[in-house]
Design a protein around this ligand. Structure first.
Ligand SMILES: Cc1cc2nc3c(=O)[nH]c(=O)nc-3n(C[C@H](O)[C@H](O)[C@H](O)COP(=O)(O)OP(=O)(O)OC[C@H]3O[C@@H](n4cnc5c(N)ncnc54)[C@H](O)[C@@H]3O)c2cc1C
Ligand SMILES: Cc1cc2nc3c(=O)[nH]c(=O)nc-3n(C[C@H](O)[C@H](O)[C@H](O)COP(=O)(O)O)c2cc1C
Length: 592
């Protein structure tokens, strides 16, 4: 096998240094002796060394893992695949590429993920070149609960066409249950790429020298489709009496799992539904809970299907449509029109499967009902521990979702599963979701600014524990906030001890309800604009974790403002400064 050495993202280089080194290595190793190409062809590879560019846009790693799996198969089929994040578009040199596959999720409100944001700004600008040589196919990952489903992939797909590139396969779309549709879409590409549908087992890597090959990756020991049954060791309430929040600290044993993680990664938790809700649905269905029903490829008792396999809280579009049509007096059928999408969303807010089921005079047969339910999906949680500080364990910091709506108490599936339904010493199924886009700086000397209000503190506890264990000398500045200092100062003892020991160079706190006017982390940033700017100029990495809907945007606005006012830059130059921070991986976000 002839593969090109590749500088990984974790190596202690800047993005530019890495790109240069990778280009240099690719060029050096591309001078493959002709007899080696010959021998790979005679080994039966169908496409010996044909370059195939695989680009991903991914916030939490799902699209990235798919891109790497796809590239691995391409490699086995004899292509010379290269895998790059979309923001590495300069290195990819799209104008000179023949075939590219793009796999991207969508974040925010129809936006590209952070590691594709610069790519989109470039692609959508006048600076983008004509791409007549390019043949492309785009796969979108998304979630139908968001109004702009797979929005980023739609933008990429149509803009590439405008720039003259040719689509060799139609755009694919995957909802939260993405595995099977993603696989079907990817399997369908081989024929279009001039390959038979069956996979070649041959492993050949020949580069054409122009892209780095990065298919040499390991798949995790346990993953989403094969989660590990881990033991819950501790469940501790972090808020004090008087709080309106319920944030809990969990310690989970990974003993025997073979799972490893790094600070910045997330833990996937497979929840089990609330048994009382299951019983209520069984009663409404007027069914025998032990009767078998078909779910995916298996047959299992109804109660078991409702407990562990089906999403019985958020209604699918199909279930809503079935109820709307079967209950004409509800007037819901008119919400099915495309232009009523926002009204439908409003109607559904705070309502669930059970509310719809109770609108029916006659419940559907259990077999039909389960067909209309979506699959129960895992939830991700940012790990809040360093594996070096707590060997064999992973810690989480989770806010329990509980609210009242339409006269009924409601519970978030996974957060209350963790809080109420997994006892200490009991098991829960987990997997690690590696996040390549949210990592400690490669050097322990690099200063870090961390904005982590509420449960956003989680990855920063992990970062700081890791730096403490490693004896890293870099300066650390944490902004934390919540409602009230007396009740909501999560991890107060640990954070104040770190402040005393000097691990935390600065700790700035924003408790919104401790004074008449609301104070949030972005206000503390602005109050400290001078020092924050000098940290940025000294090369600090800037991290944000927590609420995506408001906090992340307010913090981003404050960052731009500081760069403009204290850094003395125009609004456009501040945008360029921030874009450069992103492409240098100095501005990283883990927001949800
Ligand atoms: C990468 C990543 C990292 C994350 N890290 C963390 C973390 O460290 N800690 C953490 O706590 N969470 C974290 N989350 C969020 C977490 O994954 C779950 O989304 C969260 O715990 C809720 O899941 P649930 O199953 O309990 O609730 P669900 O059953 O999914 O219910 C949540 C839904 O309930 C509805 N809802 C909530 N409140 C109301 C209300 N008042 N009125 C009407 N409807 C309402 C909303 O539609 C909401 O989407 C992270 C998410 C991601 C993607
Ligand atoms: C805060 C947040 C915002 C999201 N916004 C959208 C959206 O606007 N449209 C969409 O289709 N999916 C949206 N999603 C769903 C993600 O695209 C989906 O979970 C995807 O599988 C994540 O892939 P990744 O891990 O590669 O980033 C959002 C998810 C989160 C947590």
């Amino acid at each position: 096998m002839n593969s090109v050495p590749f500088i990984p993202e974790t190596a202690p280089f800047t993005a530019e240094q890495r790109a240069w080194l990778n280009g240099f290595l690719a060029g050096l190793f591309s001078q493959v002796p002709p007899e080696q190409i010959q021998s790979s062809q005679t080994n039966g590879a169908q496409k010996s060394g044909e370059p195939l560019l695989v680009l991903f846009g991914s916030q939490t790693g799902t699209a990235e893992v798919l891109a790497k799996k796809f590239a691995k198969e391409a490699q086995q089929r004899g292509f010379a695949p290269s895998v790059l994040a979309l923001n590495d578009y300069e290195n990819a040199n799209l104008a000179a590429v023949d075939k590219a596959v793009i796999i991207s999720s969508t974040w925010g409100d129809g936006d590209p993920p952070d590691n594709a944001a610069n790519f989109w700004n470039w692609l959508n600008s006048d600076a983008a070149p004509r791409l007549e040589n390019l043949h492309f196919a785009v796969l979108g990952l998304g979630d139908k609960n968001y109004s702009d489903f797979c929005g980023a992939s739609k933008k990429f797909d149509s803009r590439l066409e405008v720039l003259g590139a040719k689509r060799f396969a139609s755009r694919g779309e995957c909802d939260a249950d993405y595995e099977a549709p993603a696989k079907a879409w990817m399997d369908g590409l081989w024929e279009k790429l001039g390959q038979s549908a069956t996979s070649s087992q041959l492993s050949v890597v020949v580069t054409n020298g122009h892209h780095p090959v990065a298919t040499d990756y390991k798949l995790p020991a346990a993953d989403k489709s094969n989660p590990f049954p881990a033991r819950l060791l501790k469940n501790v309430l972090l808020n004090r009496p008087g709080s309106s929040k319920e944030v809990r600290h969990y310690e989970i044993s990974l003993d025997g799992s073979g799972l490893t993680y790094e600070p910045g990664d997330a833990l996937g938790v497979m929840p089990v539904n609330c048994p009382e809700l299951v019983e209520e649905i069984i009663a409404a269905l007027k069914c025998n809970p032990t009767d078998n029903v078909a779910v995916s490829d298996s047959t299992l008792p109804l109660r078991e299907a409702l407990l562990r396999h089906l999403d019985i809280t958020k209604p699918s579009q199909e279930f809503f449509a079935t109820v709307a049509n079967a209950a004409p007096s509800s007037g819901l059928a008119e919400l099915l029109a495309l232009e009523k999408r926002d009204e439908l969303r409003q109607w559904l807010y705070g309502r669930g499967v059970v509310d719809l089921l109770l609108l029916l005079a006659e419940p559907p047969p259990a077999a039909d009902f389960v067909r209309l339910m979506k699959k129960l999906m895992p939830r991700l949680y940012s790990v809040s521990s360093s594996p070096n500080a707590h060997p064999g364990e992973v810690h989480l910091t989770v806010s329990a979702v509980r609210y009242e709506s339409f006269g009924r108490g409601r519970k978030g599936v996974a957060s209350t599963f963790l809080a109420d339904r997994v006892g200490e010493a009991e098991f829960l199924k987990v997997f690690i979701q590696p996040s390549h886009g949210f990592k400690l700086p490669p050097s322990g000397e690099t200063p870090m600014i961390m904005i982590g209000p509420g449960t956003g503190i989680a990855p920063f506890r992990a970062f700081l524990e890791e730096r403490e264990v490693a004896g890293a000398k870099g300066k650390n500045w944490l902004f934390f906030g919540d409602q009230c200092r007396a009740a909501d100062f999560l991890y107060e003892e640990q954070l104040t001890a770190w402040q005393k020991s000097g691990l935390l160079t600065r700790l700035d706190l924003a408790f919104s309800r401790d004074q008449a006017e609301k104070i949030y982390v972005q206000h503390r940033m602005l109050e400290n604009a001078g020092e924050l700017w000098s940290w940025l100029e000294a090369g600090a990495h800037f991290y944000v974790c927590g609420d995506a809907s408001r906090m992340a945007k307010d913090v981003d606005d404050a960052l731009h403002k500081i760069i403009e006012t204290t850094g003395g830059k125009s609004a456009d130059d501040a945008k360029t400064y921030v874009a450069k921070m992103k492409s240098d991986k100095r501005y990283q976000r883990d927001v949800y």
